[in-house]
Ligand binder design. Sequence first.
Ligand code: KIV
Ligand code: ZN
Length: 522
Amino acid sequence: MKQKNIVIFDTTLRDGEQCPGASMNLREKLEVARQLARLKVDVIEAGFPVISDGDFEAVRTIAQEIKGPIIAGLARCVEKDIDAAGAAVKPAGKRGRIHVFLATSKIHREFKLGKAKDEIIRLAVVGVKRAKSHVEDVEFSPEDGSRTEPEFLVEVCKAVIAAGATTVNIPDTVGWAVPEQYAALIGHLYESIPAFKSGKAVISVHCHNDLGLAVANSLAAVRAGARQVECTVNGIGERAGNAALEEIVMNLATRADFFEGFHCGINTKEIVKSSRLVSRMSGLVVQRSKAIVGENAFAHSSGIHQDGILKKRETYEIMDPQDVGWGLTELPLTKHSGRAAVAARLKHLGFKLPDKELQEVFTKFKEIGDKKKFVYDDDLTSLVEGKITEVPEVWSLEYIHVTTGNKTVPTATVRLTRKGQKPDEPIQDASIGDGPVDATLKAIDRLTSTKGRLMDYCLRAVSQGKDALGEVTVKVDFGGGNLVTGKGASTDVVEASARAYLNAVNRFLGPDKQGSEKAAQP
Ligand code: KIV
Ligand code: ZN
């Protein structure tokens, strides 16, 4: 059987990050990029360099640090965008790609751009040629491709390929397509454009999930000629998200009988780890019943199923959970474990920390070890991720005291220090609230003179047991509708809440405001 390689183009750090409240700072993006490299994606779309200095720096740093995958930067068909993308991906050398896009559908031409068909083709060609002056590897996307007249789309594809595009992506920008129809469109392009058949250019698909069909559409397109799939870890992205990487990959692997000969180079054992990292870095919780990576994806509760599984796993399980990285945890560590054991476990988990940070994580590990019997890999991961999500602290938590109960008015006393202020001169205040968390956050508002509206609050236990570490993720609106994500962990959930909220306050007040929403997105 002839093997047909499917290029996995990951856009978690670009389209995924466009999801409200999912913004990540440089350190978080770099950590996700490292994990994507371990997952062995073929292309990392690292961001949209022109959109902000932070985005530019993130793409440039990823292009410099991450070895293996192609590093792509997105650009509109505008000189300054393309030049910014070119400069940002330059450190990747031959692995740098510029992804240029321009809308082609009738509705976008008439109402958004006010341009006729020939002008669209002209601009697309100029854009691709400009990108080509920076890098060899140029991708072009006719935005809203799935709603573009097929014959016009053929013209656009031919023109951009002649101008030097090596990949042409057909986005289902608004999640409008259905599998048979989308596959027919891709098949039509494949048959009509010799460069796709000869392999001179690759046909790519990029599907949004507004009707829940992003994965189905992508897979149907693969059978019709697409050779690159654009997707995100956990399916995060604009509105209802993008096609989920893990679902695309595991469909190709599990139903190899149907997707005959199609394969990709993903290291599937890294899928669960990637999902958890992206969830923690983006603050977007994975739904329990989410395919492949949800907590319940392999949990069989009915007796009949459990009985079947014990007799023969394949009776009710179509995938081996270990193949996607479930259940690969090692024996838990305890407070008696030494620095070398913790360092070795971190290395095994894929983290590379500078000595100073390793020491800080080790100190925290000891603190937790004193409070709970076992420190699991998930606890350790949470500690490291806490380090990664740290931002320069304008305000630090010194002390928290809470009184609460079902017949008491919950009251919190919080003591903070402000950067630059002497540690022995903390500021202290107290507040009552609807509950201990409310009282604590109100006290922090008073002390920091910020007034955040808590738009989302999520508490999860990092590992098993009543003494588990609680991890809190908050999304806070400090005005202007911009959501800032904050994260914090502790064995005490009120303290975890205070730390998460302060993390958001510090991101909001910090110098680069990274990790807060960007004002303008495409
Ligand atoms: O959905 C879309 O059309 C996009 C393009 C920029 C490829 O994300
Ligand atoms: Zn998109």
